[in-house]
Ligand binder design. Structure first.
Ligand code: DX5
Ligand code: ZN
Length: 239
């Protein structure tokens, strides 16, 4: 069997670094800039030290884009909030394997709520922990920063895990998109894409200032193709 073809890089706009005073227009700006999805970082001050936004905010900006909404739940009890985020207009709900609850049950509840299901792994969590769920999820999200804050530095030491998860998906002939979240920008996106990522979550690397985001999105897509072999990737290979 031939493995599934490599997807073109998808850019997912994390609004964490956008201007929260005008979130609706920031979502429109990313949409008009040509991103592929909107990534909404939900933090509860418990699973992660920071607090960000809840379902009312997702619902409030839903009308500002027709793109898929990915709600990334960095919360301790994701099961309690599945329906709320589904009803708010999420297309994909991502929960963390390190949070409370049975991942099989979470995936089932998310699917029953009419959404796609994503599973996220913190940088220090072994890739193998995702193996039992890879057949049922719709996205695997590999964190390349410790979750909680935007603008952190990309952790190159996560790249071998990303490669191993891509290899595992290929071994099983799964058409599973893998997301990379944290510190993805022009100088790291090549390594993330070249190591097997498909969905590039970009926050501070996208919302760098005012104005049209199209040139930045185009640059990011182009930089993704610089692929494995970039300086950062070579550093990770040595680590
Ligand atoms: C981290 C979040 C990320 C991140 C993206 O906790 O899940 O989505 O903030 O922002 P940058 O690209 O600035 O790391
Ligand atoms: Zn995120």
């Amino acid at each position: 069997m031939t493995p599934p073809a490599k997807r073109p890089p998808q850019i997912s706009a994390s609004i964490l670094n956008a201007d929260f005073a005008q979130l609706g227009s920031e979502v429109r700006r990313a949409t008009e800039g040509g991103v592929d999805s909107i990534h909404l970082d939900v933090m509860d001050g418990h699973f992660v030290p920071n607090i960000s936004l809840g379902p009312v905010v997702v619902e409030a900006v839903r009308a500002d884009s027709t793109l898929p909404f990915h709600s990334h739940l960095m919360i301790s009890e994701p099961l309690r909030y599945v329906e709320a985020f589904a009803n708010a207009g999420s297309d994909l709900i991502v929960f963390h394997i390190e949070a409370h609850g049975d991942p099989h049950e979470l995936v089932e509840r998310i699917h029953r709520a009419g959404c796609s299901a994503g599973l996220a792994l913190n940088p220090e969590t072994a890739g193998e922990t995702a193996h039992p769920y890879m057949d049922e999820i719709d996205l695997l999200l590999v964190m390349t920063v410790r979750p909680g804050f935007g603008g952190q530095e990309f952790l190159v030491e996560v790249l071998p895990k990303l490669r191993a998860l891509r290899a595992e998906a290929e071994r099983r002939n799964l058409d599973l998109p893998i997301g990379v979240d944290g510190g993805v920008k022009e100088d790291t996106i090549g390594a993330a894409y070249g190591s097997g990522g498909d969905v590039m979550v970009v926050g501070s690397g996208l919302y760098r200032g005012p104005g049209d985001l199209r040139p930045i999105v185009d640059e990011l897509r182009e930089a993704a193709h610089s692929g494995a072999g970039s300086a950062i990737d070579q550093a990770a290979a040595r680590s």
